[in-house]
Design a protein around this ligand. Structure first.
Ligand SMILES: NC(=O)C1=CN([C@@H]2O[C@H](COP(=O)(O)OP(=O)(O)OC[C@H]3O[C@@H](n4cnc5c(N)ncnc54)[C@H](OP(=O)(O)O)[C@@H]3O)[C@@H](O)[C@H]2O)C=CC1
Ligand SMILES: O=C(CO)COP(=O)(O)O
Length: 331
């Protein structure tokens, strides 16, 4: 099967390798000529995934949008969430009418408060049954090293979810399916905010109890928000929910965790941004989560505290103190 991957970042490239390992012909699309030439001519992405010496032979790249998606049965989108809508507008009318569009992105659009399923479908005028989201504990470098991992594919049409899952199944990567697109989107986006906070606590020198408190209260917050948005609570207990939370909040391979850790060590937001190796989606998503909570009538103490960190520069101690504010409540 021919599959196009739009965006040759760390995860786009690693997932492209998974698809190629599963036997598909993969064409990456990237803006930067250096990345296109590297993947096409040397099977190497020195900019975004230097840890892989040689990408598979059935993986190529182009900077030409029409060429990238021509004949594709699956079009994967792996562009930084805040730029996805604008980037995808250029693909409208080029993507084959029978292709399923798969988002790997984990973020909420800051300007509209919309999830990626909404932004992608609006940008491409795509019906629900042709949109799928992939999310789970999937740190790109580990998967690029072909370490065993699993993920979840969500699509309103379960047959299309199964088709996408089969296309990315290898002897080291397994995909489960669900129809809970909203749940998957909410899990992937909101856990990044939690990872920022856990990273910050770790960077400031706090230990296991503090990390466990933030992760558990963060999971409660993202579950409440997800349920209010229409998600199935079961999704939050699975790979895309608690699974991704464990991976992202426990690894320096996570850009969100690392961004938070740098804040906890005393860097400013500007310094942590400059030090970041790739997009930390939790940063623009934090305010969108606070706004979504307000809209849905759900309290978002952790996201609100992290918003104060990002906009007012409060310290880790002050951020954590905000979580202790208020009355005695049931857990
Ligand atoms: N890395 C990971 O472990 C995982 C990441 N994800 C999610 O996948 C998404 C992509 O992540 P990842 O690949 O790691 O991120 P990177 O930061 O490595 O790459 C971001 C990608 O977005 C592209 N991009 C940014 N701005 C634009 C634009 N205006 N137009 C077109 N393309 C643009 C970049 O292109 P360019 O290189 O040309 O700048 C690059 O391909 C994110 O939402 C992330 O949360 C999900 C699971 C795992
Ligand atoms: O989503 C991820 C792992 O599942 C990757 O997290 P980061 O975007 O923080 O690197």
């Amino acid at each position: 099967m021919k599959i196009a991957v739009l965006g040759a970042g760390a995860w786009g490239t690693a997932f492209g390798q998974v698809l190629a390992d599963a036997g598909n012909d993969v064409t990456m699309w990237a803006i930067e000529p250096e990345i296109v030439e590297g993947i096409r001519d040397r099977h190497h992405n020195a900019v975004r995934l230097p840890s892989v010496d040689r990408l598979p032979d059935n993986m190529t790249a182009t900077g030409d949008r029409a060429e990238a998606v021509a004949g594709a049965k699956i079009v994967v989108v792996a562009i930084a969430a805040q730029f996805a809508r604008v980037a995808l507008a250029e693909f409208k009318g080029l993507i084959p009418d029978d292709a399923v569009v798969v988002s790997l992105m984990k973020g909420i659009e800051r300007t509209t408060g919309k999830r990626m399923d909404e932004a992608v479908r609006e940008a491409l005028d795509l019906p629900a049954d042709r949109f799928a989201a992939v999310s789970g504990p999937n740190l790109s470098k580990e998967i690029a090293d072909r370490q065993p991992a699993a993920t979840v594919v969500a699509c309103a049409d379960l047959d299309n979810a199964r088709m996408v899952a089969a296309a990315c199944t290898t002897d080291y990567f397994k995909a489960f399916v669900t129809t809970d697109v909203i749940g998957l989107e909410m899990c992937g986006s909101l856990k990044n905010v939690v990872a920022l906070a856990v990273g910050m606590a770790r960077g400031a020198g706090y230990g296991e109890n503090t990390a466990a408190m933030i992760e558990t209260r963060g999971l409660a917050e993202l579950t409440a928000l997800g349920e209010a948005a229409g998600a199935d609570p079961k999704t939050f207990r699975g790979l895309a929910g608690v699974g991704d939370l464990i991976a992202t909040c426990g690894s320096p391979l996570s850009r969100n965790y690392t961004f938070g850790a740098n804040l906890g060590r005393g860097m400013s937001v500007e310094e942590a941004t400059a030090a970041s190796n790739g997009v930390a989606e939790g940063v623009p998503t934090t305010d969108a989560v606070v706004a979504l909570g307000r809209e849905l009538g759900v309290a978002t103490p952790l996201a609100s505290a992290m918003s104060r960190v990002l906009s007012d520069g409060i310290s880790c101690q002050e951020m954590l103190a905000l979580l202790f504010d208020g009355d005695v409540t049931e857990e």
